[in-house]
Write a protein that binds this ligand. Structure first.
Ligand code: FPP
Length: 224
């Protein structure tokens, strides 16, 4: 049985779900947040130590302003209403991505990270304004600045995921098979599951089924 320490998720399909059932993409994001809460609980039940969620990519700024504002309001309210609960449940929150939002949101993100920094049951990495190419470019720039030798060990020091083990498992919902600039370096040896269901439809049963299948995979890491 494979150990499972880190699950990464591309939560795709909110917009389509919202349009289909509520005639509004934003309603899909709201429903997507309920799935986030379910999956956090199930991750704890499965004793998984790291959960990385792709919430907003560097490319998502191309979306209509109304949708972007809705998403960030949802995030703000989530943090305001839920941070104490995360704290009580011994969950650590880390933001990966470039924190260049409104002063209010930057402050809220920093406070939430600081408040939960000593927690150890589960670490949630929330990818916000995250793009893997940008992360790699910045890491190479830092390597260059420090005049460090270019090798794997040194590069990893400058990634946003420094000190976080690479994902064992990547799940993408929404019936699309692509990586969308997510953790391109870190996913080198992850097992990937593409799911047809849209993110708001994804549930604990689907998650546990994937975990069960993952545990049985023969992982070779290039060996035989
Ligand atoms: C992708 O679906 C989803 C997003 C870009 C946002 C993800 C946000 C949430 C799940 C809710 C907020 C989460 C937190 C933690 C506050 P899409 O909109 O690209 O779907 P589509 O492919 O159907 O258009």
């Amino acid at each position: 049985m494979n150990p499972l320490n880190h699950v990464a998720i591309i939560m795709d399909g909110n917009g389509r779900w919202g349009l289909k059932y509520k005639n509004s993409r934003n309603a899909g994001h709201k429903a997507g947040l309920n799935t986030v809460e379910k999956i956090i609980k199930e991750t704890i039940k499965n004793k998984i130590k790291y959960l990385t969620l792709y919430a907003f990519s560097t490319e998502n700024w191309k979306r209509p302003k109304r949708e972007i504002n809705f998403l960030f309001n949802l995030l703000e309210n989530f943090l305001i209403n839920r941070i104490e609960e995360l704290q009580k449940k011994n969950i650590k929150l880390k933001i990966i991505g470039v924190k260049s939002f409104s002063d209010k949101l930057n402050k809220l993100l920093n406070t939430s990270e600081r408040k939960t920094s000593k927690n150890s049951k589960l670490q949630i990495n929330l990818a916000l304004n995250y793009g893997s190419k940008l992360e790699l470019i910045n890491a190479f720039k830092d390597l260059n600045k420090k005049k460090d030798k270019i090798n794997e060990k040194n590069l990893v020091k400058y990634l946003q995921t420094h000190n976080i083990p690479d994902p064992d498992l990547l799940i993408r919902t929404g019936n699309t098979k692509r990586l969308s600039n997510f953790l391109l370096w870190q996913l080198a040896y992850s097992e990937i599951f593409f799911v047809k269901k849209l993110w708001p439809e994804f549930n604990e049963k689907d998650y546990n089924m994937i975990i069960k299948k993952f545990k049985k995979i023969k992982r070779n890491f290039g060996n035989v």
